[in-house]
Design a protein around this ligand. Structure first.
Ligand code: CDP
Length: 220
């Protein structure tokens, strides 16, 4: 390997398979994986635990200023405590986009994400990585799938082992709402960077999508 940095940006809507694919690519290339959605989810968890209204922007910003969010060995820590599990609950998915559209929240997260990317080779996934956070990434991918397929996958995830009591229709509706907030917000909306490769995972296995990405990177 040369000493050239390898920075890969992955963006796309909820349930497209981004995280699973990015994690596999990170393993294959032996680089770090950073899930920026987990950072927004961690702050949302803190807001919900603090009983602050989701629309109380002033209090949310104050709360954020006394919050630490960090990755240690691929696990997410909120104020020093591991919250890998808690951030995946559906109550967080339902509320996170309201927190993620606050300008001050985004500015802080973007700063943190750029700091992380300064010192290591990595693949970072989110909504605004190729467009705003790491516009100079070596490779950019926009991972997507039909909304029905994304809802189907998320429904399976949420209901396996009886974790959540929810219908497919509810999941579909929640994903549509989240897509809409994420793509229409004023700051750093979800958008394909013009130089990103589109990976449509609708009719593909994880392995096929991973191979597609690795082939593009190996081609150079
Ligand atoms: O895993 P899933 O696709 O459901 O979403 P996620 O990547 O965990 O992101 C959760 C939410 O955080 C998104 O719906 C966005 O509202 C927000 N987010 C964001 O605004 N910018 C990012 N770079 C990553 C996530």
């Amino acid at each position: 390997m040369s000493s050239k940095r390898l920075i890969i940006a992955v963006d796309g809507p909820a349930g497209a398979g981004k995280s699973t694919i990015a994690k596999r690519v990170a393993q294959i290339l032996n680089i770090e994986y950073i899930d920026t959605g987990a950072m927004y989810r961690a702050l949302t968890l803190k807001v919900i635990r603090s009983n602050i209204g989701i629309d109380n922007i002033e209090e949310i910003i104050k709360l954020m200023e006394s919050t630490t969010i960090e990755f240690i060995n691929n696990h997410i820590y909120l104020d020093g405590k591991n919250v890998d599990k808690e951030i995946r609950e559906n109550i967080i998915s339902k509320n996170v986009s309201y927190i993620a559209k606050i300008k001050e929240v985004r500015l802080m997260m973007i700063k943190l994400q750029r700091q992380i990317a300064e010192s290591t080779n990595l693949i970072m996934d989110g909504r605004d990585i190729g467009t705003i956070v790491l516009p100079h990434a070596n490779y950019k991918f926009f991972v997507t799938a039909s909304v029905e397929e994304r809802a189907r996958r998320r429904y399976i995830e949420l209901t396996e082992e009886g974790k959540e009591n929810i219908t497919y229709e509810q999941v579909l509706e929640e994903i549509k709402i989240r897509d809409k907030i994420d793509s229409t917000r004023e700051i750093a909306p979800l958008k394909k960077s013009p130089d990103a490769y589109v990976i449509d995972t609708t009719n593909k296995t994880i392995e096929e999508s991973v191979n597609e990405i690795i082939a593009i990177i190996e081609r150079g």
